[in-house]
Design a binder for this molecule. Sequence first.
Ligand code: ADP
Ligand code: MG
Length: 288
Amino acid sequence: AIPLVVAISTAVSAQNGLLIRNRTAFEESRKISALVFDKTGTLTKGDFGVTRVEAVDQQFEPDELLRLSSALEQSSEHPIAVGIIKKVKEKDIAVPKPENFNAITGKGVEAKVEGKDVKVVSPGYLKDEHISIPDGAYSSAAETVVFVLVDNKLAGYIALADEIRPESAEAIKVFKNNNIKVMMATGDNETVAKAVSEELGLDGYYSEVLPHQKVEIVKELQSKGEFVAMTGDGVNDAPALAQANVGIAVGSGTDVAAETADIILVNSNPQDIANLILFGKATYNKMI
Ligand code: ADP
Ligand code: MG
């Protein structure tokens, strides 16, 4: 059966944006009963535009918040970073040089900029540091918000918007028709997670998820008898991809995610997963 599966997997991956690293993953894709997608860049386009920049500490002008943030974000590949840098370029703001740049796992980035300790972080980070979220930060359900800290004090925030991929809705129809539960696990805030989940009619979502929590999410579903597929794009996602019955690395994800995954979803398009599952079911039904 091995050469047949190899031949089929090759054919499927040639037709779709899939690379199958583990041949049993193709065989097992037909058993998937729950899919856990990441949000940014998979269910959504991952193409963020800055919608608002608000100062909380009036010492800082919005452009100054962008300028300080850009020093850090130029070293990050996160879609949020790409969105912030796009805005800074549009405004012709000169990007300062950072020192001691550090990515805070699943929470943001930090560096020294002109002698100041600057951080651009998630709402979860604020919670951990017992810093309250300013009024108005979540005035729109469609916005992802990151917070700018200067010397560990909240200076302001930057709101960004992304769009749902049109292909996501199509793919979700296929999953529903095949009785596959579709969930989302995102590091993004509750408001955005809920809005995306409702718009796509998902069966559930997990928001403000830290990388190690993704493993727990997979285990919890497995303990309920689900055969779980999970997507992920980062180094941090590797343990969850390994835990999943079918681990799917998306897009130009890091090598570590790709090395752990059973399948690589080249175009980050959920519809390619739908095609894989349908193709797997059809193939094995014929064989039996
Ligand atoms: P996701 O891929 O679901 O956004 P991540 O683990 O990549 O999850 O990020 C979690 C959160 O950490 C983001 O939603 C954001 O709030 C924050 N974050 C991560 N990287 C950056 C960055 N470069 N700049 C600002 N915030 C970031
Ligand atoms: Mg991510």
